[in-house]
Design a protein around this ligand. Structure first.
Ligand SMILES: *Cc1c(COP(=O)(O)O)cnc(C)c1O
Length: 398
């Protein structure tokens, strides 16, 4: 199988599996216990907390473990709302992950005012739109630093400064950024950030949240005082150990991995740009999230392309991975101005350190064959769409 779906999840790095195994077997202690097994588990968690906090420029006490980026996003948004009950305005972008979009919808139902900042044709938030929206009533601004669908990377440092100018806290969902680009909470000046392990060759079901000490959300669950009283429940020790090593490896190998992936990403984009009536969603390859491409093949369904590629042993996703089982077009793709049919023809390709140039060649050839086949079965190729988007230009304007 050729796996080009690494923004969805990634293959576990073998060293990580090896490091986790003893924590399923002989090192099974509960970190809250005071005997040797407990202390061993506790010090394993401490080591992982140091590895991850060190990698993002935070103090160990500013990092708490959760079940993943979904939980961290919910804790940041709903927990910040609880911590600052006098403020009733939340600002997000219109290209967030479902866990942020839907946490915002929850607050909206509870009477909060939500501002969803628009984005340009490549997915960028204009800082001026935040300057216009921000007010003293805003308790939090939450903007995704690196987009899982279209690879756009936002100017979080500037956006955080604007949020702070009116006293709002700033949160970013960094699930795609961690280990794929430099990420330092001090340089960015942010208060809260969400992470997970399974996007960087670590295990699933484990994540973390950076919490600046003065700006603490309120916990959402009641229980014992684990994770500095922010997230009760016995810690998932093997997964935490794996997460720590995943971050250490990703940061250690970042330059090397980037010089492997970036040329493959460029080659894949160039190869697919040769297909008529294809267009790249999001910024140009060299300006976007490492390994990510999102391409619309006009006049055919993304789902049909996905199935034909799957049949040939190639794994990609259509629209957003999370909505690929439903027919609702991705909110991210409609936010950058794609009409329904264009969003439905979108395929996301996402590469990792384990992909090769030979795989890129195979995927380019297979996509060409599949697109030709599907278009030969399409009854109509309406001119109106290509005129609307300025002919067959591969790159979208900002
Ligand atoms: C994958 C992802 C999430 C969800 O993470 P889980 O750990 O699977 O809950 C959130 N945000 C972004 C940007 C993601 O890519």
């Amino acid at each position: 199988m050729i796996y080009f779906d690494n923004n969805d999840t990634t293959q576990l790095h073998p060293d990580i599996l090896e490091k986790m195994i003893p924590f399923f077997t002989e090192k099974f202690g509960n970190p809250a216990s005071l005997h040797n097994l407990g202390l061993e588990a506790e010090s394993a968690i401490d080591e992982a907390r140091l590895q991850i906090s060190g990698a993002i420029g935070a103090k160990p006490k500013e990092l708490i473990f959760t079940s993943g980026a979904t939980e961290s996003n919910n804790l940041a948004i709903l927990g910040a709302a609880r911590a600052r009950p006098n403020k009733k305005h939340l600002i997000i972008s219109s290209v967030e992950h479902a866990s942020v979009l839907n946490a915002a919808k929850r607050l909206e139902k509870d009477g909060y005012r939500i501002t969803r900042l628009p984005v340009d044709g490549q997915g960028f938030v204009n800082p001026d739109s935040l300057r216009d929206a921000i007010d003293e009533d805003a308790f939090l601004v939450s903007i995704l630093i690196a987009n899982h669908e279209i690879g756009v990377i936002q100017d979080v440092k500037t956006l955080a400064e604007i949020a702070h100018s009116k006293g709002a806290w700033f949160h970013t969902d960094a699930a795609q950024a961690l280990g794929k680009m430099p990420f330092n909470v001090e340089d960015l000046g942010i208060d809260l950030a969400s992470f997970n392990a399974h996007k960087l060759h670590g295990p699933k079901g484990i994540g973390a949240m950076f919490v600046r000490r003065k700006n603490r959300p309120k916990r959402l669950m009641e229980g014992a005082p684990q994770e500095f009283d922010l997230r009760p429940g016995t810690e998932n020790v093997p997964a935490i150990v794996g997460f720590g090593l995943a971050v250490e490896i990703a940061v250690r190998d970042l330059n090397e991995v980037e010089s492997h992936i970036r040329p493959l990403q460029e080659k894949l984009a160039q190869g697919l740009a040769e297909i008529d009536n294809s267009m790249l969603n999001g910024p140009p390859p060299d300006e976007r999230l490492l390994g990510n491409l999102n391409i619309t093949f006009l006049y055919i369904e993304g789902e049909a392309i996905l199935m034909h590629l799957a049949h040939r042993g190639i794994g990609v996703s259509s629209g957003s991975a999370c909505s690929s089982k439903s027919l609702v077009p991705s909110e991210v793709l409609t936010a950058i101005g794609l009409i329904h049919e264009e969003a439905h023809g979108a395929i996301r390709f996402s590469l990792s350190r384990y992909n090769t140039e030979a795989e890129v060649d195979t995927v380019i050839e297979s996509v060409k064959v599949v697109v030709d086949l599907l278009r030969s079965m399409t009854a109509f190729i309406p001119e109106v769409h290509s005129e609307k988007k300025g002919g067959t230009s591969f790159y979208r304007k900002r």
